[in-house]
Design a protein around this ligand. Structure first.
Ligand code: BG6
Length: 483
């Protein structure tokens, strides 16, 4: 008998800027991602303050979901998905971010997408903001550092929740909101771009788009408020709507049992993983963060009402991405590995993916248990998957490595459920190949469905089922019994 509940949500997750393309169609405004070129694991993606249309920008066409959503949703339905996580591009609804009225063509597009999901009894799970702030908000307001951006976001959120609340019951506010504590999150997550970066026309590595920790924390505070206000608004519109937070959980292990490594692990885990979750689930800043703020000279500007806004806007469920784990240590002479959002010390017990991310299925069980013990609210794994190079042989893709990755992670998920953890669902990252968020590559593929598109922007966009397609279909059909 299956360990999963009857309503368990099985499916996959995609994001607008990585799959839709059609960057100038349907009245869409520009987003910060439209200015970023492709890179690789060794070569940073370049940001160009002015778009040079002779160059290739992955988000401009991505994998053409905008025109092929019917085919893609049908493929997901064929695998038996009961849930499709996707994001709305804010700039399709408010092209400049601060427009007086929403763009009807954008609303119509998502209306058609959600109707298509409903046709197959697929529950849409919608991320309101997945790394693609409207360019107008980033440049005119300075992203989330400006308090006015809170209202712009909430107005956008209210617009789409009112419009689609009848078809979309599950919502996520910000993708991987904890990214804001990291330097790399300044641009992607918070929309912070220094004025001087906008002046010349010369491309700059995306890694140079930085902001001091104090500014990032202030902007993150505004995101927390925007999220909390959205939760309240959604519940006012319909008390049955469920709104979750979404974090990238980069589980930390101590590299050794040296007490200093233990403390370092706790410190990192708190800042990176626990801080944002604590604020959004518990509705208040955790006490441990005060010391960090003091040590870093951070003086958070708060309005008197902020405390109650956070208190009254706690989330209904906790969603997270899980790809890997890392080790923490105070030692500097250790081997290091790459990772999602950040690297860490190498764990001698784990293998890595082709992009150097440590593969750790057991860590998923550990993470789910940790989160459940801490929050006791429903959890959902909304991203998990293996970025790998796939090869076409006689029109087929034999991705046994991906099947192996999922088999072991879903086994761990089952163990966690048997441990007593309440898990609402599991959506694999990018069931249809899409552009990599980190490197902008197409060759880093996650899908059960291959898309004919390469890193130079050529290819027919043809969809081809990989071996993992039939495997995941069987997994869902048997509710995770046959892995
Ligand atoms: C998560 C993001 O961090 O990881 C996704 O939410 C992203 O947008 C995924 O695609 C995988 O990372 P990458 O860099 O391999 O695309």
């Amino acid at each position: 008998m299956s360990v999963f509940s009857e309503n368990f949500l099985w499916g996959g997750a995609i994001a607008a800027n990585q799959c839709e393309g059609a960057w100038k169609e349907g009245g869409k405004g520009l987003t910060i991602q439209d200015f970023v070129k492709g890179g690789s694991a060794d070569e940073p993606r370049m940001f160009t303050p002015v778009i040079d249309e002779t160059l290739y920008y992955p988000s401009h066409e991505a994998v053409d979901f905008y025109h092929r959503y019917r085919e893609d949703i049908a493929l997901c339905a064929e695998m038996g998905f009961s849930c499709l996580r996707l994001s709305i591009s804010w700039a399709r609804i408010f092209p400049n971010g601060d427009d007086e009225t929403p763009n009807q063509e954008g609303l119509d597009f998502y209306g058609r997408v959600f109707d298509e999901c409903r046709k197959y009894n697929m529950e849409p799970l919608v991320t309101l903001s997945h790394f693609d702030m409207p360019w107008g908000i980033a440049t005119k307001y300075g992203g989330f550092l400006d308090r006015r951006t809170i209202d712009l976001f909430v107005r956008y959120a209210e617009t789409v929740i009112r419009c689609f609340g009848d078809r979309v019951r599950y919502w996520l506010t910000f993708n991987e909101i904890n990214f804001g504590v990291l330097q790399m999150g300044a641009f992607n997550s918070l929309g912070l771009i220094e004025k001087r970066m906008l002046k010349g026309a010369d491309p700059v590595p995306k890694t140079e788009l930085k902001a001091p920790l104090g500014k990032r924390i202030q902007a993150l505070h505004h995101q927390f408020l925007a999220s909390a206000m959205t939760v309240r608004k959604a519940h006012e519109i319909d008390p049955d709507l469920k709104v979750g937070c979404m974090l990238s959980h980069i589980t930390q292990y101590p590299l050794t049992c040296d007490p200093e490594d233990m403390l370092e692990t706790q410190r990192k885990d708190r800042i990176l993983n626990k801080f944002a979750g604590d604020v959004m689930v518990r509705g208040a800043y955790p006490t441990y963060i005060r010391r960090l703020f003091e040590e870093e000279g951070i003086c958070l500007k708060m309005q008197p009402e902020d405390v109650s806004v956070l208190q009254q806007g706690t989330v209904d469920f906790y969603a997270f991405s899980y790809y890997m784990t890392n080790c923490s240590t105070v030692r500097t002479d250790v081997e290091r590995v790459n990772g999602n959002l950040m690297g860490g010390a190498k764990n001698p017990y784990l293998q890595t993916s082709e992009w150097g991310w440590q593969i750790d299925p057991v860590g998923l069980r550990y993470t789910l248990n940790q989160l459940w013990d801490r929050y006791e609210i429903p959890l959902m794994v909304v991203e998990n998957g293996l970025g790998a190079i796939d090869r076409i042989e006689n029109g087929q893709i034999h991705d046994s490595y991906r099947i192996d990755y999922f088999r072991r992670h879903i086994q761990a998920l089952k163990e966690a459920v048997s441990d007593g953890v309440e898990v609402m669902g599991f959506t694999s990252w990018s069931p249809i190949d899409s552009v990599s968020a980190g490197t902008g590559e197409m060759r880093k593929r996650y899908g059960f469905v291959y898309v004919d598109r390469d890193d130079n922007g050529t290819g027919s966009f043809q969809r081809i089922k990989k071996d993992s397609f039939a495997w995941y279909k069987r997994c869902i059909e048997t509710d995770g019994e046959v892995l």
